[in-house]
Design a protein. Structure first.
Length: 333
């Protein structure tokens, strides 16, 4: 048989006071003698009393929970970002309710309404790859629930965001390739419609422009193409490619596989740089040069902005772009 949960009325009856007196004693309120307060607190501990979080949230109009929507857990990037968020929220007395979209906007929309129904105090979200509608995100803000976007953003929604400087990150990667003598640099780009894809492509183009290298459309490949391996193979065979910059470390690994099939040696014949500094970048041979986006710092900053918005809804929205770091490993000669 399920044990009955001790409530304030039980304690009040035992010490022969009103429930409101017990409530004041347990919450540090006035008009209760120190002796009676200690008696109430002692009995509450003995009976294993725990406040009802639902009742408390209704009373305070706050649940001390933060909703988080991320595409997935498997990428090291998102686990580090989550750790950064938790480093702020847990120290501030907030619990996280975590949902994953699996890069599916319909799942993202369901998650938003689940979090709103749970009356979270705020939402942090990384929007999914396919983001052709933003009404659900606007509804969060229309509901007077603070929203902060992290890693990806859209100009369609005027919410605070924290991203990495993807333009500069891509520029520094391709600029380095150019500086070591690469002149035919292939770029495997990310999913369409994402701000990260656009900014990294622009950084790639700007670095080529700086070094007076003409941009060639044939050297930009779609990372989501099911025939990507064949595209990479054709590109490496026909264009005398000597450098490669990938939207992610995982796409850079696809270049490694094809280069191995074609007996193209990395880095002597082909220099490669990825993006995100995933663990795979240190596991493969040769170790992969990459761009660190500071995901922990990104998550921590997003959480701090959200908590600031919760405490003071009138403060100006913040739009933060964190610097990236180019990490040179053995995939560069």
């Amino acid at each position: 048989m399920k044990k009955k949960r001790t409530n304030i009325s039980d304690i009040a009856k035992a010490v022969q006071v009103t429930p409101s007196t017990v409530s004041r004693a347990l919450n540090g309120g006035g008009k209760v003698s120190e002796k009676k307060k200690q008696e109430i607190i002692s009995l509450a501990k003995k009976l294993g009393y725990r406040p009802n979080p639902i009742a408390k949230s209704l009373l305070e109009n706050r649940t001390n929970t933060i909703g988080l929507i991320i595409p997935e857990f498997t990428h090291h990037f998102y686990s580090r970002m989550l750790a950064g968020i938790e480093s702020i929220t847990s120290n501030s007395g907030y619990q996280l309710l975590i949902c994953t979209s699996n890069e599916d906007q319909s799942q993202e929309i369901k998650s938003i309404y689940t979090l709103l129904d749970a009356r979270v105090d705020g939402v942090i979200a990384t929007i999914s790859k396919v983001n052709d509608t933003f009404g659900h995100l606007q509804e969060v803000m229309d509901n007077d629930t603070p929203l902060v976007l992290v890693d990806r953003f859209s100009e369609e929604i005027e919410a605070p965001y924290v991203i990495s400087d993807d333009f500069q990150g891509a520029f520094s990667a391709v600029d380095h390739l150019c500086q070591i003598g690469c002149r035919k640099i292939v770029h495997i780009k990310g999913p369409d419609n994402l701000s990260t894809t656009f900014n990294r492509l622009m950084g790639y183009k700007e670095a080529l422009r700086k070094h007076e290298i003409e941009w060639e459309e044939d050297l930009v490949l779609e990372g989501s193409n099911p025939d990507l391996e064949e595209q990479i193979k054709s590109c490496l065979e026909t264009n005398l490619v000597d450098g490669a910059f990938a939207y992610s470390d995982y796409l850079a690994f696809e270049i490694y596989k094809v280069a191995s099939q074609l007996k193209i040696h990395i880095p002597d014949q082909l220099a490669v740089i990825g993006y995100a500094d995933e663990p795979i970048s240190t596991y493969i041979t040769p170790t992969l040069s990459t761009v660190n986006q500071q995901p922990f710092e990104m998550g921590a900053k997003a959480a701090q902005i959200l908590l600031n918005q919760i405490e003071n809804p009138e403060i100006p929205r913040e739009f933060v772009s964190l610097p990236t770091e180019l990490i040179i490993r053995k995939s560069i000669r």
